[in-house]
Unconditional design. Structure first.
Length: 148
């Protein structure tokens, strides 16, 4: 690994949580080709793996960040991120990602009523958040600045 004496960083917005350890879960979403990103991978057999350090914003909208919603929000945010990056086809997989959200909420002890409300909320309001984006990330700043 080659190290630099400059520290380069970018401002992160909208993140509340950061995964402390690597995490993996098998979900009902199996792409025909494996999907890989530095912090997220999805295998053809549905194994979703997230690396320590992955950041997400937790449950969205008026939802309350409860323990029975955190794992589902983590997985759902990772899947939507793969769609926004164009690594997973949002037209093909968005409904599956939303169903995974509901399934994980139920597995983690959320009431069927609340899990159903969460599912319908992402079905109604989530399309924009899953659509591929063309805008760039926040600009990268490096310090110290190099002298010209």
């Amino acid at each position: 690994m080659s190290a630099s004496s400059r520290a380069c960083y970018r401002l992160l917005r909208h993140y509340k949580y950061q995964l402390r350890d690597d995490f993996a879960v098998r979900i009902d979403l199996a792409p025909s080709e494996p999907v890989a990103h530095p912090f997220v991978s999805l295998a053809q057999d549905g194994l979703l793996a997230l690396r320590a350090g992955y950041a997400w914003d937790g449950p969205s909208g008026p939802a309350i960040d409860t323990r029975n919603f955190m794992r589902a929000s983590l997985v759902h945010d990772a899947l939507y991120q793969l769609m926004r990056l164009g690594l997973l086809d949002h037209r093909r997989w968005r409904r599956n990602a939303d169903e995974v959200l509901r399934t994980l909420c139920l597995e983690d002890g959320m009431s069927a009523l609340r899990a159903g409300l969460a599912y319908h909320a992402v079905r109604l309001f989530g399309a924009h958040h899953a659509a591929p984006r063309t805008h760039r990330d926040a600009p990268v700043t490096c310090v110290p600045e190099t002298k010209s």
